[in-house]
Design a protein around this ligand. Structure first.
Ligand code: C5P
Length: 399
Protein backbone atom coordinates (compact mmCIF):
# COMPACT_ATOMS: atom_id res chain seq x y z
CA UNK A 1 0.00 0.00 0.00
CA UNK A 2 1.07 3.52 -0.71
CA UNK A 3 -1.24 5.27 1.78
CA UNK A 4 -0.11 8.80 2.59
CA UNK A 5 2.62 8.81 -0.09
CA UNK A 6 2.80 11.72 -2.51
CA UNK A 7 4.00 11.08 -6.03
CA UNK A 8 4.99 13.91 -8.32
CA UNK A 9 4.31 12.48 -11.76
CA UNK A 10 6.03 14.18 -14.69
CA UNK A 11 4.41 13.16 -17.95
CA UNK A 12 6.65 13.60 -20.99
CA UNK A 13 5.55 13.97 -24.58
CA UNK A 14 5.34 10.51 -26.08
CA UNK A 15 2.65 8.19 -27.33
CA UNK A 16 3.05 6.20 -24.09
CA UNK A 17 1.61 9.18 -22.18
CA UNK A 18 -1.83 7.57 -22.49
CA UNK A 19 -0.60 4.75 -20.20
CA UNK A 20 0.21 7.37 -17.58
CA UNK A 21 -3.51 7.98 -17.17
CA UNK A 22 -3.88 4.37 -16.05
CA UNK A 23 -0.76 4.76 -13.89
CA UNK A 24 -2.44 7.63 -12.03
CA UNK A 25 -5.48 5.43 -11.39
CA UNK A 26 -3.36 2.51 -10.15
CA UNK A 27 -1.32 4.69 -7.81
CA UNK A 28 -4.43 6.31 -6.37
CA UNK A 29 -6.11 2.91 -5.88
CA UNK A 30 -3.20 2.07 -3.57
CA UNK A 31 -3.73 5.21 -1.48
CA UNK A 32 -1.05 7.45 -3.02
CA UNK A 33 -1.82 11.00 -4.07
CA UNK A 34 -0.53 12.02 -7.47
CA UNK A 35 0.44 15.57 -8.39
CA UNK A 36 0.82 15.72 -12.18
CA UNK A 37 3.19 17.90 -14.21
CA UNK A 38 2.72 17.94 -17.97
CA UNK A 39 5.40 19.00 -20.41
CA UNK A 40 4.23 21.06 -23.37
CA UNK A 41 4.80 18.07 -25.66
CA UNK A 42 2.78 15.80 -23.36
CA UNK A 43 -0.25 18.01 -23.96
CA UNK A 44 -0.18 16.82 -27.58
CA UNK A 45 -0.91 13.30 -26.32
CA UNK A 46 -3.10 13.70 -23.22
CA UNK A 47 -5.26 16.59 -22.13
CA UNK A 48 -4.68 18.45 -18.87
CA UNK A 49 -8.37 17.98 -18.13
CA UNK A 50 -8.24 14.16 -18.25
CA UNK A 51 -5.04 14.09 -16.20
CA UNK A 52 -6.47 16.46 -13.61
CA UNK A 53 -9.77 14.54 -13.43
CA UNK A 54 -8.00 11.22 -12.82
CA UNK A 55 -5.54 12.67 -10.33
CA UNK A 56 -8.18 14.83 -8.62
CA UNK A 57 -5.43 17.42 -8.40
CA UNK A 58 -4.44 20.58 -10.22
CA UNK A 59 -2.18 19.89 -13.21
CA UNK A 60 1.03 21.91 -13.28
CA UNK A 61 1.94 22.90 -16.80
CA UNK A 62 4.14 25.91 -17.28
CA UNK A 63 7.11 27.30 -15.39
CA UNK A 64 5.95 30.83 -15.93
CA UNK A 65 2.37 30.31 -14.88
CA UNK A 66 2.23 33.05 -12.26
CA UNK A 67 -0.76 31.60 -10.44
CA UNK A 68 1.12 28.37 -9.90
CA UNK A 69 4.17 30.25 -8.69
CA UNK A 70 2.00 32.17 -6.23
CA UNK A 71 0.21 29.01 -5.04
CA UNK A 72 3.17 26.67 -5.03
CA UNK A 73 6.56 27.56 -6.46
CA UNK A 74 8.46 25.02 -8.52
CA UNK A 75 10.94 24.47 -5.70
CA UNK A 76 8.19 23.64 -3.24
CA UNK A 77 6.48 21.46 -5.84
CA UNK A 78 9.69 19.49 -6.27
CA UNK A 79 10.12 18.91 -2.54
CA UNK A 80 6.53 18.24 -1.59
CA UNK A 81 6.61 14.63 -2.78
CA UNK A 82 7.97 11.33 -1.51
CA UNK A 83 9.06 10.28 -4.98
CA UNK A 84 9.28 11.90 -8.40
CA UNK A 85 8.19 9.63 -11.27
CA UNK A 86 8.90 10.51 -14.90
CA UNK A 87 6.61 8.49 -17.19
CA UNK A 88 7.05 8.47 -20.05
CA UNK A 89 10.67 9.60 -19.86
CA UNK A 90 11.32 10.59 -23.47
CA UNK A 91 14.79 10.74 -25.03
CA UNK A 92 14.59 14.50 -24.82
CA UNK A 93 13.61 14.55 -21.13
CA UNK A 94 16.39 12.11 -20.30
CA UNK A 95 18.89 14.28 -22.16
CA UNK A 96 17.71 17.36 -20.31
CA UNK A 97 17.98 15.58 -16.97
CA UNK A 98 21.44 14.22 -17.73
CA UNK A 99 22.62 17.63 -18.92
CA UNK A 100 21.12 19.52 -15.99
CA UNK A 101 18.85 21.73 -18.09
CA UNK A 102 16.13 23.74 -16.41
CA UNK A 103 14.21 25.46 -19.16
CA UNK A 104 10.64 24.38 -18.45
CA UNK A 105 8.65 23.34 -15.40
CA UNK A 106 9.40 19.60 -15.66
CA UNK A 107 13.17 19.98 -16.06
CA UNK A 108 13.34 22.68 -13.37
CA UNK A 109 11.43 20.53 -10.90
CA UNK A 110 13.79 17.64 -11.68
CA UNK A 111 16.81 19.84 -11.04
CA UNK A 112 15.39 21.28 -7.82
CA UNK A 113 14.14 18.11 -6.20
CA UNK A 114 15.80 16.48 -3.22
CA UNK A 115 13.75 13.30 -3.63
CA UNK A 116 14.54 10.14 -5.51
CA UNK A 117 13.55 10.08 -9.15
CA UNK A 118 12.15 7.02 -10.94
CA UNK A 119 12.14 7.14 -14.72
CA UNK A 120 10.11 4.96 -17.11
CA UNK A 121 11.79 5.50 -20.50
CA UNK A 122 9.70 5.23 -23.64
CA UNK A 123 10.89 5.94 -27.16
CA UNK A 124 11.56 4.46 -30.55
CA UNK A 125 14.01 1.55 -30.46
CA UNK A 126 16.69 3.41 -32.48
CA UNK A 127 16.43 6.37 -30.16
CA UNK A 128 16.76 4.06 -27.14
CA UNK A 129 19.80 2.34 -28.58
CA UNK A 130 21.45 5.57 -29.68
CA UNK A 131 24.78 6.06 -27.89
CA UNK A 132 23.61 9.48 -26.69
CA UNK A 133 20.59 7.97 -24.92
CA UNK A 134 22.67 5.14 -23.47
CA UNK A 135 25.23 7.70 -22.25
CA UNK A 136 22.46 9.74 -20.66
CA UNK A 137 21.03 6.62 -19.04
CA UNK A 138 24.40 5.85 -17.43
CA UNK A 139 24.69 9.43 -16.18
CA UNK A 140 21.20 9.33 -14.71
CA UNK A 141 21.84 6.00 -13.01
CA UNK A 142 25.06 7.25 -11.50
CA UNK A 143 23.17 10.36 -10.31
CA UNK A 144 20.93 7.97 -8.36
CA UNK A 145 17.89 7.76 -10.65
CA UNK A 146 15.88 4.55 -10.51
CA UNK A 147 14.87 3.09 -13.85
CA UNK A 148 11.95 0.84 -14.77
CA UNK A 149 11.78 -0.59 -18.30
CA UNK A 150 11.70 -0.06 -21.17
CA UNK A 151 10.18 -3.33 -22.35
CA UNK A 152 10.68 -5.04 -25.65
CA UNK A 153 7.80 -5.40 -28.07
CA UNK A 154 5.87 -3.94 -30.98
CA UNK A 155 5.96 -0.22 -30.89
CA UNK A 156 3.39 2.36 -31.92
CA UNK A 157 5.80 3.48 -34.67
CA UNK A 158 5.66 -0.01 -36.27
CA UNK A 159 9.13 -1.16 -35.21
CA UNK A 160 10.05 -3.90 -32.76
CA UNK A 161 12.56 -3.84 -29.90
CA UNK A 162 13.22 -2.25 -26.53
CA UNK A 163 11.61 1.13 -26.09
CA UNK A 164 8.05 0.45 -24.94
CA UNK A 165 7.25 2.08 -21.64
CA UNK A 166 6.89 -0.37 -18.73
CA UNK A 167 3.27 -1.24 -17.97
CA UNK A 168 1.50 0.83 -15.30
CA UNK A 169 1.53 -2.08 -12.82
CA UNK A 170 5.27 -2.56 -13.34
CA UNK A 171 5.80 1.13 -12.64
CA UNK A 172 3.61 0.83 -9.51
CA UNK A 173 5.78 -2.09 -8.35
CA UNK A 174 8.91 0.02 -8.88
CA UNK A 175 7.29 2.89 -6.93
CA UNK A 176 6.45 0.50 -4.09
CA UNK A 177 9.97 -0.91 -4.09
CA UNK A 178 11.41 2.61 -3.96
CA UNK A 179 9.13 3.82 -1.19
CA UNK A 180 8.48 0.73 0.86
CA UNK A 181 11.66 -1.25 0.54
CA UNK A 182 14.10 1.59 0.99
CA UNK A 183 17.39 0.89 2.78
CA UNK A 184 15.83 1.92 6.09
CA UNK A 185 12.78 -0.30 5.73
CA UNK A 186 12.10 -2.03 9.05
CA UNK A 187 14.15 0.50 11.04
CA UNK A 188 12.53 2.68 13.68
CA UNK A 189 14.12 6.11 14.07
CA UNK A 190 13.28 8.77 16.59
CA UNK A 191 13.82 12.42 15.63
CA UNK A 192 13.44 15.43 17.93
CA UNK A 193 12.92 18.81 16.34
CA UNK A 194 11.93 22.42 16.88
CA UNK A 195 12.26 24.63 19.95
CA UNK A 196 10.75 24.00 23.35
CA UNK A 197 8.57 26.49 25.18
CA UNK A 198 9.10 26.75 28.91
CA UNK A 199 6.22 28.46 30.71
CA UNK A 200 6.92 31.39 33.03
CA UNK A 201 3.29 31.55 34.08
CA UNK A 202 0.02 30.54 32.37
CA UNK A 203 0.41 33.23 29.67
CA UNK A 204 4.15 33.73 29.16
CA UNK A 205 6.96 31.45 28.10
CA UNK A 206 10.65 31.29 27.23
CA UNK A 207 11.40 30.22 23.66
CA UNK A 208 14.13 30.27 21.04
CA UNK A 209 14.29 30.98 17.33
CA UNK A 210 14.52 27.39 16.07
CA UNK A 211 12.16 26.88 13.12
CA UNK A 212 12.43 23.08 13.11
CA UNK A 213 13.45 23.16 9.42
CA UNK A 214 16.50 20.91 9.73
CA UNK A 215 14.81 18.33 11.97
CA UNK A 216 11.76 18.23 9.69
CA UNK A 217 13.94 17.72 6.62
CA UNK A 218 15.77 14.89 8.38
CA UNK A 219 12.52 13.16 9.36
CA UNK A 220 11.28 13.44 5.77
CA UNK A 221 14.53 12.12 4.28
CA UNK A 222 14.58 9.14 6.68
CA UNK A 223 10.96 8.34 5.88
CA UNK A 224 11.69 8.52 2.15
CA UNK A 225 14.34 5.82 2.68
CA UNK A 226 11.67 3.62 4.26
CA UNK A 227 12.25 4.22 7.99
CA UNK A 228 9.41 4.27 10.48
CA UNK A 229 9.94 7.76 11.89
CA UNK A 230 8.73 8.94 15.30
CA UNK A 231 8.89 12.72 15.08
CA UNK A 232 8.84 14.45 18.47
CA UNK A 233 8.50 18.15 17.85
CA UNK A 234 8.27 21.26 19.95
CA UNK A 235 6.20 24.22 18.69
CA UNK A 236 8.02 24.61 15.34
CA UNK A 237 7.09 27.05 12.59
CA UNK A 238 7.37 24.50 9.75
CA UNK A 239 4.79 21.78 9.13
CA UNK A 240 5.79 18.22 10.05
CA UNK A 241 6.33 15.87 7.10
CA UNK A 242 3.61 13.49 5.87
CA UNK A 243 3.90 9.81 6.56
CA UNK A 244 5.64 10.05 9.95
CA UNK A 245 4.20 9.65 13.46
CA UNK A 246 4.09 13.16 14.92
CA UNK A 247 4.14 13.77 18.67
CA UNK A 248 3.66 17.40 19.64
CA UNK A 249 5.23 18.59 22.87
CA UNK A 250 5.83 22.01 24.45
CA UNK A 251 8.47 21.66 27.11
CA UNK A 252 11.80 19.86 27.49
CA UNK A 253 10.33 17.61 30.17
CA UNK A 254 7.47 16.61 27.87
CA UNK A 255 9.99 15.99 25.08
CA UNK A 256 11.99 13.69 27.36
CA UNK A 257 8.78 11.87 28.32
CA UNK A 258 7.79 11.38 24.66
CA UNK A 259 11.28 10.16 23.73
CA UNK A 260 11.34 7.66 26.62
CA UNK A 261 7.86 6.46 25.73
CA UNK A 262 8.94 5.64 22.17
CA UNK A 263 12.17 3.80 22.87
CA UNK A 264 13.58 1.37 21.89
CA UNK A 265 14.57 2.59 18.45
CA UNK A 266 17.33 1.68 16.02
CA UNK A 267 18.58 5.27 15.88
CA UNK A 268 17.77 8.60 17.49
CA UNK A 269 18.52 11.98 15.97
CA UNK A 270 18.35 14.97 18.32
CA UNK A 271 17.81 18.02 16.19
CA UNK A 272 15.63 19.92 18.69
CA UNK A 273 16.82 23.19 20.19
CA UNK A 274 15.86 22.28 23.72
CA UNK A 275 15.71 25.13 26.24
CA UNK A 276 18.52 24.72 28.74
CA UNK A 277 16.46 26.05 31.62
CA UNK A 278 12.90 26.13 32.88
CA UNK A 279 11.34 28.00 35.78
CA UNK A 280 12.41 26.61 39.15
CA UNK A 281 8.83 26.78 40.39
CA UNK A 282 5.48 26.64 38.64
CA UNK A 283 3.49 29.86 38.67
CA UNK A 284 -0.14 28.71 38.54
CA UNK A 285 -1.39 32.33 38.28
CA UNK A 286 -0.28 35.12 35.95
CA UNK A 287 2.56 37.07 37.58
CA UNK A 288 1.18 40.56 38.22
CA UNK A 289 2.87 43.96 38.28
CA UNK A 290 2.72 45.07 41.87
CA UNK A 291 3.04 48.80 41.19
CA UNK A 292 6.36 49.09 43.02
CA UNK A 293 8.27 49.54 39.76
CA UNK A 294 10.38 46.47 40.57
CA UNK A 295 10.61 43.70 38.00
CA UNK A 296 10.23 40.11 39.22
CA UNK A 297 13.39 38.03 39.40
CA UNK A 298 12.87 34.74 37.62
CA UNK A 299 14.58 31.68 39.11
CA UNK A 300 15.56 28.92 36.71
CA UNK A 301 16.54 25.33 37.04
CA UNK A 302 18.33 23.20 34.47
CA UNK A 303 16.34 21.07 32.04
CA UNK A 304 17.18 17.39 31.52
CA UNK A 305 19.64 16.80 28.68
CA UNK A 306 17.60 14.41 26.52
CA UNK A 307 20.46 13.55 24.17
CA UNK A 308 22.89 12.76 26.99
CA UNK A 309 20.23 10.77 28.83
CA UNK A 310 19.50 8.54 25.81
CA UNK A 311 23.17 8.23 24.81
CA UNK A 312 24.06 7.01 28.30
CA UNK A 313 21.24 4.47 28.61
CA UNK A 314 22.61 1.14 29.81
CA UNK A 315 19.60 -0.75 28.47
CA UNK A 316 17.79 0.01 25.24
CA UNK A 317 20.27 2.55 23.86
CA UNK A 318 19.67 3.05 20.13
CA UNK A 319 22.53 1.69 18.00
CA UNK A 320 23.14 5.13 16.59
CA UNK A 321 22.68 8.34 18.59
CA UNK A 322 23.20 11.61 16.72
CA UNK A 323 23.31 15.08 18.25
CA UNK A 324 23.77 18.60 16.94
CA UNK A 325 26.16 21.27 18.10
CA UNK A 326 25.46 24.86 17.17
CA UNK A 327 28.62 26.80 17.90
CA UNK A 328 29.95 30.28 17.21
CA UNK A 329 33.70 29.63 17.51
CA UNK A 330 36.18 26.71 17.40
CA UNK A 331 33.33 24.64 15.98
CA UNK A 332 35.17 21.35 15.54
CA UNK A 333 36.96 21.45 18.91
CA UNK A 334 33.84 22.32 20.84
CA UNK A 335 31.71 19.79 19.01
CA UNK A 336 34.27 17.02 19.48
CA UNK A 337 34.31 17.68 23.22
CA UNK A 338 30.51 17.75 23.19
CA UNK A 339 30.40 14.37 21.47
CA UNK A 340 32.48 12.84 24.27
CA UNK A 341 30.60 14.60 27.04
CA UNK A 342 27.16 13.68 25.76
CA UNK A 343 28.16 10.12 24.83
CA UNK A 344 26.62 10.22 21.36
CA UNK A 345 28.04 8.51 18.26
CA UNK A 346 27.90 11.40 15.84
CA UNK A 347 27.65 15.15 16.18
CA UNK A 348 26.59 17.46 13.39
CA UNK A 349 28.32 20.71 14.10
CA UNK A 350 27.61 24.05 12.54
CA UNK A 351 28.68 27.63 12.93
CA UNK A 352 25.66 29.71 13.83
CA UNK A 353 27.48 33.06 14.03
CA UNK A 354 25.21 35.80 12.66
CA UNK A 355 27.37 36.39 9.57
CA UNK A 356 26.90 32.77 8.39
CA UNK A 357 23.15 33.37 7.87
CA UNK A 358 22.51 29.75 8.88
CA UNK A 359 20.20 30.36 11.85
CA UNK A 360 16.74 30.78 10.32
CA UNK A 361 18.15 30.39 6.76
CA UNK A 362 17.64 27.66 4.16
CA UNK A 363 21.25 26.56 3.97
CA UNK A 364 23.59 24.82 6.34
CA UNK A 365 27.34 24.37 6.51
CA UNK A 366 28.10 21.38 8.66
CA UNK A 367 30.91 19.21 9.92
CA UNK A 368 30.03 15.60 10.70
CA UNK A 369 32.00 14.39 13.70
CA UNK A 370 32.18 10.63 14.19
CA UNK A 371 34.57 8.32 16.04
CA UNK A 372 36.73 8.42 12.90
CA UNK A 373 37.19 12.20 12.94
CA UNK A 374 35.71 15.35 11.42
CA UNK A 375 34.24 15.50 7.90
CA UNK A 376 33.64 18.95 6.48
CA UNK A 377 30.59 18.99 4.17
CA UNK A 378 30.23 21.71 1.56
CA UNK A 379 27.60 24.37 2.16
CA UNK A 380 24.24 23.09 0.87
CA UNK A 381 20.53 23.41 1.54
CA UNK A 382 19.13 22.01 4.79
CA UNK A 383 17.16 19.53 2.67
CA UNK A 384 20.36 18.31 1.02
CA UNK A 385 22.08 17.98 4.41
CA UNK A 386 19.11 15.86 5.49
CA UNK A 387 19.26 13.61 2.42
CA UNK A 388 23.00 13.10 2.82
CA UNK A 389 22.69 12.41 6.52
CA UNK A 390 19.84 9.93 5.92
CA UNK A 391 22.09 8.10 3.44
CA UNK A 392 24.87 7.90 6.01
CA UNK A 393 22.45 6.66 8.67
CA UNK A 394 21.22 3.95 6.27
CA UNK A 395 24.83 2.89 5.67
CA UNK A 396 25.63 2.81 9.39
CA UNK A 397 22.50 0.83 10.34
CA UNK A 398 22.97 -1.53 7.42
CA UNK A 399 26.36 -2.74 8.66
O1 C5P B 1 24.39 21.27 24.90
P1 C5P B 1 23.79 21.70 23.61
O2 C5P B 1 22.42 22.32 23.77
O3 C5P B 1 24.69 22.52 22.75
O4 C5P B 1 23.58 20.32 22.82
C1 C5P B 1 22.94 20.26 21.61
C2 C5P B 1 22.46 18.86 21.36
O5 C5P B 1 21.88 18.28 22.53
C3 C5P B 1 21.35 18.83 20.33
O6 C5P B 1 21.43 17.60 19.65
C4 C5P B 1 20.08 18.92 21.19
O7 C5P B 1 18.96 18.38 20.54
C5 C5P B 1 20.49 18.10 22.41
N1 C5P B 1 19.88 18.57 23.67
C6 C5P B 1 18.94 17.77 24.30
N2 C5P B 1 18.40 18.19 25.49
C7 C5P B 1 18.79 19.33 26.07
C8 C5P B 1 19.76 20.14 25.44
C9 C5P B 1 20.28 19.73 24.24
O8 C5P B 1 18.55 16.73 23.76
N3 C5P B 1 18.27 19.68 27.25
Amino acid sequence: MLAGKRILLIIGGGIAAFKSLDLIRRLRERGASVVPVLTRAAEEFVTPLSVSALAAEKVYRDLFDLTDEAEMGHIELSRDADLVVVAPATADLMAKMAGGHANDLASTVLMATDKRVLIAPAMNVRMWEHPATQRNLKTLESDGALVVGPNEGDMACGEFGPGRMAEPLEIVAAVEAALLNGPLHGKKILVTSGPTHEPIDPVRYIANRSSGAQGTAIARALSTLGAEVIFVTGPASVTPPDGVAVIHVETAQQMLGAVNAHLPADAAIFAAAVADWRMAEDAPEKIKKDGSGEAPILKFTENPDILAHVAHLKKGRPNLVVGFAAETENVVDHATTKRDRKGCDWIIANDVSLETGIMGGDENDVVLITGAGAEDWPRMSKDQVAVRLAGRIAEALGK
